[in-house]
Ligand binder design. Structure first.
Ligand code: ATP
Length: 501
């Protein structure tokens, strides 16, 4: 049986490690029950269970009782060894203090080996875990289906519903679009797409995309970013833009590129000074690649329960695969993985998250292009920056004279394009040495606003010069941090995002 390999492996490991309560966050009770029966057999354990509809069920039979009664009888038993106690439909039940107290008592006895070789498995969608149980619970998720399994699932579905099977190419496309979903989600989507015309056709792919957007939104782990920015909005960073253009060309014609022997682009790390266009580039990359942009926010990923962050990371990566082709933007990479590799406490969670991210980066063959952005890379694990993880690492410095001129022109052009020809952009750019893109934008915004408030008909070079005088660039306000970063970057010898002047 190679169904659910990761889930099975973790289940066995956790049982061997005598973790008292495993909480499987799912609606797929039947699947978990089947796997538990297999694992119990392998480990020489027996399964006893409780559910709302069947009551307490053990080997010799069962009887109706509520959960509180079932747990009380477990606690009364003299000889409760080598058992897996499976509790279904428990999400609402965990609000009861009597149930929490009994579960805690059972967990403590497992930890003290008074209930020898026993494990409690809760199967329910996760709502919340009572504080008193947190130390005893390990959170688990089922694996998502592989591309091959999804294809089998689609073929089973069409056969069972007397629907004509799609041809091989369409089947492949459906399987690609349906990656990262649970079986239940898959069935719901298939039922929805075939309900009108009882066939699976090209237009159903759009319905799938819309449904997937809903699933991503509901997951709350990834954000689908609406992108207006294009490469034309970036002033300077010519090397980076040229590099992305090449990758976009491959990405957009990936079938032919692959057949020609070209590697699928994996991703890029853009590190460097704050406010210099890293986020802007991540957004522009999605427009250039003509695919949706998903943003991974580590803050949202970090859960408070044991195993929750790892499960969230797995879910995020699966949803990314499900949404491919896409750009996955990991903002503030340093916040995500700084401290990975260190010992103890939260850094162990970070290390595990980092490990699963690296494995995914290494093995991924989907069209999910990663754009990771970072300011401070000094605490990032060196493995991340080794060649081969990302296709390239770019360093973004403060803009040089010609880049400042382009950024100034861009931002004036957006607001006062008619005034641009009369403004001495080169002189302004010289005055703004050490200004980042965000500083320059803020000068233009301020200058335009001041001219309007003063009742002027046009914005002039003098208006903008006055605005420069009122602005404190980030290189002044964060002088020490910036110098420190500059030293780190100079020593790393990353590819410069800008073209030399
Ligand atoms: P941080 O590291 O602080 O997140 P960042 O490098 O991601 O900063 P952005 O968020 O991309 O910086 O830039 C902020 C704003 O500054 C942009 O929305 C854009 O308006 C302006 N800006 C920055 N760099 C450029 C640039 N090279 N060309 C045009 N505008 C820029």
């Amino acid at each position: 049986m190679n169904d659910q390999p990761v889930f099975r492996k973790e289940l066995e490991e956790y049982m061997d490690a005598a973790l008292p309560i495993l909480y499987v966050d799912t609606l797929e009770n039947g699947k978990v029950q089947d796997i538990l029966a297999d694992v119990a057999k392998k480990k020489g354990r027996s399964v006893v269970s409780w559910s709302m509809h069947s009551g307490y069920v053990e080997e010799g039979g069962g009887y109706p009782t509520d959960l509180c009664g079932a747990l009380a009888s477990v606690l009364r038993e003299q000889n409760f060894t080598r058992k897996i106690l499976v509790l279904e439909d428990v999400a609402g039940e965990l609000e009861s203090p009597a149930i929490v107290s009994r579960l805690r008592c059972i967990a403590e006895r497992i930890v003290r080996s008074e209930l020898e070789d026993c494990t409690v498995v809760l199967i329910a969608p996760l709502i919340s875990i009572p504080r008193a149980l947190e130390p005893y619970i390990t959170l688990m998720n089922l694996d998502y289906l592989s591309q091959e399994k999804i294809k089998e699932h689609i073929l089973d579905f069409v056969q069972n519903n007397y629907i004509q099977a799609p041809n091989e190419e369409l089947l492949e496309q459906f399987a690609m679009h349906l990656r990262g979903l649970t079986e239940t989600e898959l069935d719901n989507i298939l039922a929805l797409t075939t309900s009108d015309d009882r066939e699976l056709n090209q237009k159903d792919l759009r319905t799938i995309l819309r449904q997937k957007q809903q699933i991503i939104k509901k997951s709350g782990i990834l954000e689908m970013v609406t992108v207006k920015e294009t490469v034309e909005d970036i002033g300077g960073l010519q090397n980076l833009k040229d590099w992305l253009r090449t990758k976009a060309q491959i990405f957009r014609d990936v079938r032919r590129a692959k057949a020609f022997g070209v590697d699928i682009p994996k991703g890029v790390l853009i590190a460097g000074m704050p406010g210099c266009g890293k986020s802007l580039t991540a957004k522009a990359a999605a427009s250039m690649f003509k695919v949706p942009l998903l943003r991974m926010d580590m803050g949202r990923l970090m859960g408070k329960y044991v195993g929750e962050s790892e499960a969230n990371m797995r879910r995020a990566l699966q949803l990314t695969e499900a949404s491919s082709p896409c750009v996955l933007w990991i903002d503030e990479l340093e916040k995500a993985f700084a401290g990975a590799g260190a010992q103890g406490g939260s850094s162990e969670v970070t290390t595990r998250l980092f490990g699963s991210f690296l494995t995914w980066m290494q093995e991924k063959d989907s069209l999910a292009f990663v754009v990771a952005t970072a300011n401070n890379i000094s605490h990032l694990p060196p493995e991340l920056m080794r060649k081969g993880r990302f296709d390239e690492i770019f360093y973004v410095d403060f803009p040089n004279q010609s880049e400042r001129e382009k950024i100034i022109s861009l931002h004036i052009g957006k607001r006062r394009s008619a005034d641009l020809a009369k403004i001495d952009v080169a002189a302004l750019a010289r005055k703004m040495k050490g200004y980042c893109g965000a500083d320059i934008e803020s000068v233009v915004r301020d200058g335009v606003e001041a001219a309007f408030v003063a009742g002027k008909a046009h914005v002039t070079t003098e208006d903008l010069q006055a605005a420069i005088g009122r602005t404190h660039p980030i290189s002044e306000t964060m002088k020490d941090a910036i110098e420190e970063m500059d030293k780190t970057y100079k020593s790393k010898k990353f590819t410069n995002a800008s073209r030399e002047e």
